[in-house]
Design a protein around this ligand. Structure first.
Ligand code: UGA
Length: 438
């Protein structure tokens, strides 16, 4: 008989996981405490933008395999329960807030069948899974828990879930692995690498992976700083080192750095947990990674001042991009919006454009001015800042735009635009880690 699945938490991770599991043929119920979210999902409305997911949600709802509920008792019939709730950074410390995970376990344990398997997917500090397993078995000794970290990228969530580059399962016994192999049978048939680990290692894999990615980005941003000091070009440098397969060219895009709901909070919670474990020295370098990352935001503001003047009061600045990265409407810890609000606080008249993230940006930063059209955003601007590398910005025609602005100055905060094209069209082009060319 096919396994029945419940997914607790219908945020980014949960909805994607629920819809993808349903598309693999499982009967899936997605559960969330927020009734308005559940109402929207039942109607086939995705509360955020993710390429391909809206279509998948609609088709899986129509198949009858995928349902949503705001009651935890709807999980009762399932055999496997995925915990996909958020673990944001605590307001008062670097550590992760585990209250949603704890509540999910406490609410779930009394209502599910003996013999069922709870599978954690949320990003948690090491040691959490062992604690949750003990809690679960305190309520019902016949329940089991596994940890199965998620590596999906926003913008590629469906692709990454249906075709992950590896599957990591932290288990304490063979039976749990057998059940998870049944859940992921289709991926295993595609020969996706399968890594069985103990619970702490499975939790650590996620922290380690995101720390490595953050380190790679901050490394190239540190090289951008050195290039600026020495008159070099970081884009050429990145290309040159990237050909070494031990280094690899991906995640070497210098610019305003990483943001989003994962990398920044994950490296901080990793450091906080290492400190609790007495291994703080081991992750001390992540403090520098975080600092380099935040410095990139300041450096782009310094570039704006260098092009205009120290006092920005009254200058009109157009910002292209609000999302923390392209193909997403997620603005959590968005470097673009952080820069936009710092410039506004410095007295500049800032207008922000984004093809998908205007609604979410407006909710988080209501005081900023937004424009639906690029032309409206840049009209009479003293300077344009390109801060999220959407494809539509790469396709802009600088010849057509030059007549709209007050001064033709563009700063490419993502090193993604074609510099020669803009310069040929008469623009002054500046970028992080590259020499100024007029
Ligand atoms: C990240 C990881 O890549 C996923 O593997 C992980 O599952 C996820 O976090 C998570 O923990 O849930 P995501 O937050 O979607 O995924 O975004 P990334 O693609 O990692 O990009 C993060 C940030 O780094 C973005 O702001 C992006 O603009 C920036 N970045 C990325 C750079 O500045 N330079 C680069 O070369 C690459």
């Amino acid at each position: 008989m096919t396994l029945k699945i419940s997914v607790i938490g219908t945020g980014y991770l949960g909805v994607t996981h629920a819809a993808c599991m349903s598309s693999m043929g499982f009967e899936v119920v997605g559960i969330d405490i927020d009734p308005s979210k559940i109402r929207a999902l039942r109607a086939g409305e995705l509360p955020f933008y993710e390429p391909g997911l809206q279509e998948l949600l609609v088709s899986e709802l129509a198949s009858g395999r995928l349902t949503f509920s705001d009651s935890i008792t709807s999980a009762a019939a399932a055999d496997v329960h995925f915990i996909c709730v958020g673990t944001p950074q605590q307001a008062e410390s670097l550590a992760a807030d585990l209250s949603y995970v704890d509540t999910a376990i406490d609410n779930l344990a009394p209502v599910i069948k003996s013999g069922s398997l709870v599978v954690g997917k949320s990003t948690v500090p090491v040691g959490t899974a062992e604690r949750l397993l003990a809690r679960l078995q305190e309520i019902n000794p016949l329940l089991d828990l596994a940890w199965n970290p998620e590596f999906l990228r926003e913008g590629f969530a469906v692709e990454d879930t249906l075709h992950p580059n590896r599957l990591v399962v932290g288990v304490t016994n063979d039976q749990a692995e057998v059940i998870l192999k049944e859940v992921y049978a289709q991926n295993l048939a595609q020969e996706v690498p399968w890594i069985r680990a103990d619970l702490p290692t499975a939790e650590l894999v996620k922290g380690a992976a995101n720390s490595f990615l953050a380190t790679k980005i901050s490394f190239i941003n540190a090289m951008a700083e050195v290039c600026e000091a020495a008159g070099g070009d970081v884009t050429v440098l990145a290309k040159a080192i990237g050909y070494d397969p031990r280094i690899g060219s991906r995640f070497l895009q210098a610019g305003i750095g990483f943001g989003g709901g994962c990398l920044p909070k994950d490296i901080r919670s990793f450091m906080a947990r290492a400190q609790e474990l007495g291994a703080d020295q081991s992750l001390e370098f992540l403090r520098e990674i975080d600092a380099i990352n935040l410095r990139a935001r300041t450096r782009v503001i310094d570039l704006v001042r260098a092009e205009l003047e120290e006092n920005l009061i009254g200058y009109k600045i157009a910002i292209l991009g609000a999302a923390f990265k392209p193909d997403s409407d997620d603005v959590r810890d968005s470097p673009a919006l952080d820069i936009a609000s710092q410039l506004q606080a410095a007295g500049a008249a800032v207008t922000v454009h984004d093809p998908k993230a205007l609604t979410s940006a407006q909710l988080r930063f209501p005081a900023l001015k937004y424009a639906k059209e690029i032309e409206e955003c840049i009209a009479e601007a003293d300077l344009i800042l390109h801060l999220t590398e959407w494809k539509i910005y790469r396709e802009l025609d600088p010849v057509k735009l030059i007549g709209l602005v007050k001064r033709p100055i563009i700063i490419d905060g993502r090193n993604a635009l074609d510099r020669d094209l803009w310069i040929r069209a008469g623009w002054k082009f500046r970028a992080l880690g590259r020499k100024a060319i007029n």
